[in-house]
Write a protein that binds this ligand. Structure first.
Ligand SMILES: NC(=O)c1ccc[n+]([C@@H]2O[C@H](COP(=O)([O-])OP(=O)(O)OC[C@H]3O[C@@H](n4cnc5c(N)ncnc54)[C@H](OP(=O)(O)O)[C@@H]3O)[C@@H](O)[C@H]2O)c1
Length: 287
């Protein structure tokens, strides 16, 4: 999973054979601190992200903004092949037929012929529906509607279940990952099986004030969010920072002109609190 980290257009190859840009952009979901409706934030934020050169966008059926993302993509005029678009299937829609319908609905809302990556959003549907949903993604992949099939919030047990069923490995597992929640056993499994790990909440939902992070940031003349994104990239994850602020969208993408020395990486590694450090839902242990 060693990533080439030269620029915003750097990418890594997934097990599906397709490439994915090493830095993504989380499309706003949920109301922000100011109580603004995320749907009104989607279009300006994505437009700004495109302007700074980001081409990899992460959304989900659950975020209720696939239509807005699709509109900005169309309006931007950027060729489809230059973009990498991920969406997800909610647990409520896991099961063969429901998953097929959910992916088709998402493509319609995004106004796209195919998604670069579709993830099963979490593992809560139980073994039977999880495996049926995964099989549906593989069939959609064979039909060309999905280029890469993946999962999110999957623990080792859920990944082993896919292997035991004889299915190809997911290209991606998207997990809550930042220095305080490093998901080490799952990451080890993913590395050993060529599953690329994406990091959600890479900015700890904006709680970037920490003495260790702050000290590194001020020594390097960077801001704490840039240090967190760089840690994620250097550890081989694909971070998906979200912001609705034009200045922060720009600075969060400006992370390819410096690197963290191994001593700083080790200092950040030492902040791990395991699952106790998670600040989102992190349902990796469900049955
Ligand atoms: N698969 C899953 O279950 C799952 C769960 C959660 C998230 N995700 C994905 O991951 C993406 C990111 O997650 P997230 O939004 O929860 O967490 P995040 O990216 O860690 O944090 C976003 C928060 O950080 C603030 N922020 C952004 N840039 C900053 C900076 N430079 N300095 C200080 N604060 C900054 C943002 O506020 P401003 O907008 O004001 O900048 C926002 O409140 C989501 O959009 C989604 O795509 C997936």
């Amino acid at each position: 999973m060693a990533a080439a980290l030269e620029s915003l257009s750097s990418s890594v190859r997934l097990s599906s054979g397709y490439t994915i840009p090493v830095l993504g952009f989380g499309v706003a979901f949920g109301f922000d601190k100011a109580g603004r409706d995320p749907r009104t934030l989607t279009k300006p934020a994505v437009l700004e992200a495109l302007k700074v050169g980001l081409r990899h966008f992460d959304t989900a059926r659950m975020y209720n903004n696939e239509d807005h993302l699709g509109e900005v993509i169309k309006e931007s005029g950027i060729p489809r092949e230059e973009l990498f678009i991920t969406t997800k299937v909610d647990g409520d829609f896991h099961g063969y037929d429901k998953t097929v319908a959910s992916v088709n609905d998402s493509l319609k809302r995004l106004d796209l012929d195919f998604a670069d990556l579709i993830l099963l959003h979490d593992a809560r549907a139980g073994k039977r529906r999880r495996l049926e949903a995964y099989k549906a993604l593989l069939d959609l992949k064979a039909q060309g509607k999905v280029r890469s099939a993946g999962v999110s919030n999957y623990g080792v047990k859920h990944l082993e279940e896919i292997a035991a069923a004889g299915y190809e490995v997911p290209s991606v597992n998207q997990l809550e990952i930042h220095p305080f929640c490093q998901q080490r056993p799952i990451v080890e499994y993913c590395k050993a099986h060529n599953i690329t790990v994406e990091a959600y909440c890479p900015l700890v939902r904006g709680r970037v004030d920490n003495p260790v992070v702050g000290k590194i940031a001020s020594r390097l003349g960077k801001d704490p969010a840039q240090v967190l994104i760089r840690w994620s990239l250097q550890r081989g994850f694909i971070p998906l920072p979200m912001s609705s602020s034009p200045a922060r969208i720009k600075s969060n993408a400006d992370v390819f002109n410096f690197s963290l020395p191994e001593s700083d990486m080790a200092g950040l590694d030492a902040l791990d609190q395991g699952g106790a450090g998670a600040i989102s839902w992190n349902p990796v242990d469900v049955e």
